[in-house]
Design a protein around this ligand. Sequence first.
Ligand SMILES: [Zn+2]
Length: 144
Amino acid sequence: MDGMGLVNLHPPARGITLHREHWQAMREHVSREAPYEACGLVAGKDGISQAVYPIPNELRSPVRYRMEPRAQLAAFEAMDEAGWDLLAIYHSHPQGRAIPSAIDIAEAAYPVVYLIWAPVGKTWFCRGYWLEGKRVQPVPVRLL
Ligand SMILES: [Zn+2]
């Protein structure tokens, strides 16, 4: 299979478009949970966000996250019911930068955009990545 075919198989690599209120909801969530990592899901349609689901980090760690399974399942059920797709998984690096860690890359299991939030001065910013195997590809994060 050639490279173009691979690109066509993975449309999320084109990035994600976030409604400003969803971007803001994530930013408030990751800011509130610091110094612990925060995590959650973004659902939507055609690459455009329709909802954000903050999920408790059951590790309550400043350097790791694991989504609490019942809250994660409830979010997946709500998305299904609404007819939305999982577009992105987000989490924060309160002490680090907005780039995937070795563990983030190793544990990336979904064909979705990975959004990573990190503090920059007094505020927080996020960047998007497509993670597959050991490859890390930055993808666009657009705001509506
Ligand atoms: Zn991480």
